[in-house]
Design a binder for this molecule. Structure first.
Ligand code: MG
Length: 258
């Protein structure tokens, strides 16, 4: 999902609105996570997500974004990101990535997670766990005095000992009054290099790791990005606000200060 790129400095008032959007996204995650089970369709997960966004007085970020037809992205198994909810029925042994964004008074929150459906192979659970760990390792670098290369390096280094493919074509991003703002935040990098992190930034970090190679391809729907080799893929994302009091992960029911 490419968007217009702007880099704006947010005020504490802006951040307060982004916290409300973030709390909405967290509520979507919780409701959808609770519904994930064998036999459930991705369309049913979409209905749950859409209802939660409405109930929070927010609007969905994704619906209509470059024509995307849903409130959440549902990306099973080999799908990395941007899967469209529909008639796919979750099966025991699947994994499913859920990405959700919400807008409150014009300000966005954006976050994603991957969950196992029933019992999954040990290596698949490891993929999920390590991708989530990589997100948190990246978030811990998202502070004033660090650079984007520190984030990317922390994420990539988490995958490396496991041999997971680190997706390079799709990256994290700045976020604010647009879902996708500057800068791009790659899941690879060199420590001490790249843009300096400053107070007033809002960043969406989103590692995507594959059980096999890093290469991706696009399905015929022109949305769903999948692994080229058919291996399973995991995706975790949070929005982090660089406040004057330090980084604040906003896409949680209780925002977390790092
Ligand atoms: Mg995102």
């Amino acid at each position: 999902m490419a968007g217009a790129k702007v880099l704006t400095k947010k005020t504490p008032e802006d951040f307060a609105k982004m916290e409300i959007a973030g709390r909405c996204v967290a509520a979507v995650h919780d409701a959808v996570r609770a519904a994930i089970a064998p036999g459930v369709t991705t369309a049913a997960l979409e209905a749950i997500g859409a209802e939660v966004v409405r109930d929070h007085g927010c609007r969905p970020s994704f619906l209509g974004y470059h024509g995307f037809p849903a409130t959440i992205c549902t990306s099973p198994n080999r799908a990395i990101v941007h899967g469209i909810p529909g008639d796919y029925v979750l099966r025991d042994g699947d994994i499913i990535s859920i990405d959700a964004g919400a807008i409150y008074e014009g300000w966005h929150g954006d976050a994603a997670f991957t969950a196992a459906v029933g019992d999954v192979a040990d290596e698949v659970q490891k993929l999920i766990d390590v991708t989530e760990e990589a997100l948190w390792n990246g978030l811990r670098q998202a502070r004033v005095g660090k650079r984007l290369g520190d984030i990317g390096y922390a994420v990539e280094a988490t995958a490396e000992p496991h041999g997971f493919g680190v997706v390079r074509e799709y990256v994290g991003h700045g976020i604010g009054q647009q879902m996708h703002e500057s800068p791009n935040i790659p899941n690879y990098g060199t420590p001490g290099r790249g843009l300096k992190i400053k107070t007033g930034m809002a960043l969406a970090l989103e590692p995507m790791f594959n059980l096999g190679g890093a290469e991706t391809t696009m399905l015929a729907d022109d949305w769903t990005v999948v692994t080229a080799d058919g291996s399973f893929s995991a995706h975790f994302e949070h929005t982090v606000l660089i406040t004057k009091d330090g980084p604040l992960v906003s896409t949680l029911q209780e925002p977390l200060r790092l």
